[in-house]
Design a protein around this ligand. Structure first.
Ligand SMILES: C[S@@+](CC[C@H](N)C(=O)[O-])C[C@H]1O[C@@H](n2cnc3c(N)ncnc32)[C@H](O)[C@@H]1O
Length: 212
């Protein structure tokens, strides 16, 4: 097991070099009185740690432009800003996730831009401004498969060079991976994270057929 630093306050923990707050932390308890994320963006999901572990193995180029779609509290967004000095935008359909993301960014002394948008409304031009698009646990309903598949197509058309999605292994995610593998250059891995505790999941990485 990795040796984690002893932290000065309760309900703070560290994973992959970033500080995170548990739901019991007083700041999170207070934010929850004011904001109520309603599309499952009410906590940090474990696929984010699986994604971080993968990015440690297959890093993003320093100072890349990165967009996290369905960012929720944005642990992976904060990780990319901190670890790769990336210029990161967190996108979510639910504006109530952003106060939590802002606290995590502040805690880790990084900036992550906020953007309220649904997957369907991100154009090829907007997506193509990003070198890398990431997502963690964002394909959990049948209705998400097609919008995400189309978003991936638009991002590649716009010029994005890596799209990486982590998932705990939901049938909807396998369906998305299967659709992508028929059309794009994809890699699919079983993966696990070891911080803050062991979690298992899957990684789908999509790259353009030809690098522009
Ligand atoms: C299960 S949570 C995962 C959050 C974060 N990625 C994590 O790992 O902690 C899914 C997130 O996707 C967002 N979401 C759901 N449908 C969306 C859509 N159509 N467009 C953009 N974001 C969406 C939700 O608001 C929520 O924050």
């Amino acid at each position: 097991m990795p040796r984690l630093e002893r932290l000065p306050e309760d309900h703070i923990y560290q994973a992959y070099g970033i500080y995170m707050l548990e739901s019991k932390h007083r700041l999170i308890r207070n934010l929850k009185k004011l904001y109520s994320p309603s599309v499952h963006g009410h906590k940090t999901w474990r696929s984010s740690f699986v994604l971080m572990d993968y990015l440690k193995e297959y890093p993003i180029k320093k100072r890349s432009r990165v967009m996290e779609i369905g960012c929720g509290w944005g642990p992976a967004a904060v990780f990319c800003a901190k670890t790769f000095k990336a210029d990161v935008t967190g996108v979510d359909i639910d504006k109530d996730v952003f106060p939590f993301l802002d606290v995590f960014a502040e805690l880790n002394e990084v900036k992550v831009k906020n953007k309220v948008s649904r997957f369907e409304n991100l154009s090829a031009k907007r997506l193509g401004k990003e070198d890398v698009i990431i997502g963690a646990d964002i394909c959990f309903w049948d209705s998400m498969v097609k919008p995400l598949y189309k978003l991936i197509g638009r991002a590649l058309e716009g010029g994005t060079t890596r799209i990486i999605i982590a998932d705990p292994g939901r049938p909807t995610f396998y369906e998305l991976a299967d659709m992508c593998s028929k059309k794009y250059r994809t890699r699919f891995y079983e993966w696990y994270s070891i911080e803050p505790s062991r979690s298992t999941g899957e990684i789908l990485e999509i790259r353009p057929l030809k690098i522009k």
